[in-house]
Design a protein around this ligand. Structure first.
Ligand SMILES: CC(=O)[C@@H](O)[C@H](O)COP(=O)(O)O
Ligand SMILES: NCC(=O)COP(=O)(O)O
Length: 245
C-alpha cells in the first residue's frame, strides 16, 4: 500500500480562542486529540501578526507533540531565531502578507534565491528538515532544489478556489506535473491549502505526494462531528483515493 500521510493544521483552534481572548480552546489539546485519532503530524503557522497561533503554543506543542511538528513561518530574522531555538522537526517557509486573509500564492524562491538558501542552511544546521511552500512551477521547483531544501509543499489554493470544472482540472494537471517533476528531481513532495472533504480525492490520488497538510476544513468539520472523527474521516477519504489511483 502506498500510504499518504496527513498533517493536521490546528491554527484555527487558536483563531477561535483569540476571538475571545480566552485560554480555550487550546491548540495543545487539539494536537493531542488529532494524534490520538491518527494524525501523522501537527502543523502550526506562527504568523508575524500572531492572529492565531502564539509563541507559547509553539513552545508547549514542541514538548507535547508525539508525532512531529511542522512549523510554518515567514522567512524573517525573528522567525528564524524562534525556529532555531525551539527546533521543530520540520519548518515550512511560506510567503506572508499582513493584510491577507490566508496565504496567497507560493514562496518566490527564484526571486530570493540567496536569502532562501541561507535560511535553509541555518535551519538545516539546527537539525530541522526544511520544506518550501511553492506553486507547482518548474522554475520554482528548480530553485527549491538549488536551495538545498529536502522537501517542498505544493500550494493547492488555486485548485481549491477554481470556479469551474475546467479551471479545476487545469490546476490539477499543473499540480500533478509539478509533483512528478519535483519527485524526479529528488525532492520529497507534500501539498496543501484549501483542501476539504469534497476536493481532496484527486490530489490524494497523485502517487508521489507524501503528505497533505489540511487545517481549515478539518477544524470546521470538528464543530459538528468532533475533532477525532473529523481527522479519521479525512484520513479514510485520502487513503481510499490513493488506493484507487
Ligand atoms: C501556509 C498555509 O497554507 C497555511 O498554513 C495557512 O497559512 C493557514 O493559516 P491561515 O489560515 O492563517 O492562512
Ligand atoms: N500548508 C497548508 C496547511 O497547513 C493547511 O491549510 P488549510 O487547510 O487551512 O487551507
Amino acid at each position: 500500500m502506498n500510504k499518504i500521510f496527513l498533517g493536521v493544521n490546528i491554527d484555527h483552534i487558536a483563531t477561535l480562542r483569540q476571538a475571545r481572548g480566552t485560554t480555550y480552546p487550546d491548540p495543545v489539546h487539539a494536537a493531542a486529540v488529532a494524534e490520538l485519532n491518527g494524525a501523522d503530524g501537527i502543523t502550526v503557522h506562527l504568523r508575524e501578526d500572531r492572529r492565531h497561533i502564539q509563541d507559547r503554543d509553539v513552545r508547549v506543542l514542541k514538548e507535547t507533540i508525539q508525532t512531529r511538528m511542522n512549523l510554518e513561518m515567514a522567512v524573517t530574522a525573528e522567525m528564524l531565531d524562534i525556529a532555531c531555538e525551539i527546533k521543530p522537526e520540520f519548518v515550512c517557509l511560506v510567503p506572508e502578507k499582513r493584510e491577507e486573509l490566508t496565504t496567497e500564492g507560493g514562496l518566490d524562491v527564484l526571486g530570493q534565491q540567496d536569502k532562501i538558501t541561507q535560511a535553509v542552511k541555518r535551519l538545516s544546521e539546527a537539525g530541522i528538515l526544511v520544506s518550501l511552500f511553492i506553486d507547482a512551477d518548474k522554475e520554482q521547483i528548480d530553485a527549491a532544489v538549488a536551495s538545498g531544501a529536502p522537501y517542498i509543499e505544493v500550494h493547492t489554493g488555486a485548485y481549491a478556489d477554481a470556479e469551474s470544472e475546467g479551471e479545476q482540472q487545469a490546476e490539477l494537471k499543473k499540480i500533478a506535473a509539478g509533483v512528478s517533476y519535483a519527485h524526479n528531481a529528488g525532492l520529497k513532495v507534500n501539498a496543501g491549502h484549501g483542501l476539504h472533504y469534497h476536493n481532496v480525492q484527486p490530489i490524494a490520488a497523485i502517487p508521489e505526494i507524501y503528505e497533505l497538510n489540511i487545517g481549515h476544513a478539518i477544524i470546521a468539520r470538528a464543530a459538528f462531528d468532533g475533532l477525532g472523527k473529523a481527522v479519521k474521516d479525512m484520513q479514510v477519504i485520502m487513503q481510499e483515493a490513493r488506493n484507487n489511483s
